[in-house]
Design a protein around this ligand. Structure first.
Ligand code: 5AD
Ligand code: SF4
Length: 464
């Protein structure tokens, strides 16, 4: 899943006497989805979202633990919140601090010990208990709840489409699966998010229908290991993500489907067929490989070879030639030699990515990678990362340039900066600015790309 830090803001109509919550989201799209659901749970308690901590009565940090830096950011943010809490207390005002997400899950009690100003610590499986946790806090308790709850949190969270004052969205995330059983040796996810759990088909179809009825046109299915999703159909037959996509594609009014993040081992035939058959499934695939060296892939416990990954990409491209490939890379895994790194560069040249995320290896205590010998210096990791990122950027720009002059469908998502301008997404997930006075958010229009910006494209409405 994309791991760029994002700050989620929560627009909503705020009354003078209502309580306000500011949710700051770090990490992947799963956290963005979870933050939305936490806001939903709190709205039942009279909280409305706000965009800054300055006028908030409750601040929730929805945290990421994937790399060391991500966790450290949380502790420095908590230091600032502690000072703010003191100032509010001096004015006699309530100010509660909550930590949610993967740092909360991994560190639990340690967070309250390191930062006593924190009132509540909640792991990703207990968000539906947030209102009760706040009640306990007001009664003088400090709450740490990182259990893997036995009840299904999705059954207990309020219906996301029925929150008063919540704006209509054109795109939405839908978590279909959580957790991971793959145990890549660098990764904390199997420990923070637990083992793989798939949500049942009927629950997903119902939530998807509701979202579409509420105006959603594009759904992105989420999971730490989304293509490991598995379930049963109405006749009790075992089905996988490919089948789920076929089922969702039948929902009237739904225009686009995406899914993220996938593991190469779980790209089965049915999923590849879905890319061949379903026009509603956008031609974009985030398929992390992490390294191009078989030796390092083995040490990472990825359980496939570089050549198998390349062959898989070829199969997918043979059924959907216009598919844009995205990936994740880790450079400087313990023991990575210059040759191993060159194998990664070679794989990148072979695959030719439309976009990708790349990181220096970050030691995560408790993972097998942390105990391996031959950790590399930050300098070596930094040099390799710079070389890899230069190549990936070149490929990304070449991909953007290849779209200039092309006509494509754009789903309009939000207003642009200039009057009359709207921002939409291309099928390949690029952000596109277009002057489209007579169109509305939620429309799908034909546009012709005429220029490239640093991170987005510019287009005009296509004639006809
Ligand atoms: N160090 C660096 N990058 C990591 N990732 C996961 N764990 C680590 C780590 N310990 C990266 C992987 C993964 C993405 C979500 O984050 O590339 O696919
Ligand atoms: Fe982490 Fe590997 Fe699972 Fe992805 S597949 S979440 S990298 S353990």
């Amino acid at each position: 899943m994309t791991q760029d830090p994002t700050s989620m803001t929560n627009p909503g109509a705020a009354g003078a006497s209502t309580r306000k919550v500011f949710i700051k989201t770090y990490g992947c799209q799963m956290n963005v989805y979870d933050s939305g659901r936490m806001a939903d749970a709190l709205s039942a308690d009279g909280y409305v979202p706000t965009e800054t901590m300055d006028d908030a009565d409750l601040v929730l940090l929805n945290t990421c633990h994937i790399r060391e830096k991500a966790a450290e950011k949380v502790y420095s943010a908590l230091g600032r919140l502690r000072e703010h809490k003191k100032a509010r207390a001096a004015e006699g005002k309530e100010f509660l601090i909550g930590v949610a997400g993967c740092v909360a899950q991994a560190e639990g009690e340690e967070i309250s010990r390191r930062e006593p100003a924190v009132d509540v610590v909640l792991g990703p499986q207990t968000y539906h208990r947030l209102p009760q946790a706040l009640q306990k806090v007001r009664a003088g308790e400090r709450v740490v709840d990182t259990e893997y709850a036995l009840e299904d949190k999705f059954e207990h969270l309020p219906d996301p489409t029925r929150i008063p004052g919540k704006p209509r969205n054109v795109t939405a995330f839908l978590t279909v699966q959580e957790g991971c059983d793959k145990f890549c040796t660098f990764c904390v996810v199997p420990y923070t998010r637990g083992s793989e759990v798939s949500r049942p088909l009927a629950q997903l179809l119902a939530e998807a229908r509701k979202l579409v009825d509420a105006g959603v046109r594009e759904l992105t299915l989420l999971g730490q290991n989304v293509n490991a999703w598995h379930g049963e159909d109405e006749k009790g037959r075992a089905i996988g993500l490919g089948d789920l996509l076929y089922r969702l594609a039948d929902i009237p009014g739904l225009a686009r489907l995406r899914y993220t993040t996938s593991h190469p081992r779980d790209m089965d035939d049915r999923l590849i067929e879905a890319h061949r058959d379903l026009r509603i499934l956008m031609p974009y695939l985030h398929l992390p490989v992490q390294s191009g060296s078989d030796r390092i892939l083995k040490a990472m416990n990825r359980r496939h070879k570089a050549s198998e990954y390349v062959a898989l990409i070829e199969r997918i491209r043979s059924v959907r030639p216009d598919i844009a490939l995205s990936g994740d890379f880790i450079v400087g895994f313990p023991g990575e030699t210059d040759e191993d790194f060159e194998d990664t560069m070679k794989l990148v040249r072979e695959v030719n990515y439309a976009q990708a995320y790349s990181f220096k290896y970050s030691t995560r205590p408790g993972t097998p990678g942390a105990d391996l010998p031959d950790h590399l210096s930050e300098d070596v990791k930094g040099e390799r990362l710079a070389r890899l990122q230069a190549l990936l950027l070149e490929q990304q720009q070449a991909f953007m340039h290849s779209k200039v002059g092309q006509t494509m469908e754009l789903l309009l998502e939000k207003p642009g900066r200039m009057p009359g301008q709207l921002i939409g997404r291309s099928p390949w997930l690029q952000s596109v600015n277009v002057d489209a006075i007579s169109s509305q958010i939620g429309d799908i229009i034909n546009v012709r790309i005429n220029a490239i910006g640093p991170n987005s494209l510019f287009a005009e409405v296509a004639p006809g």
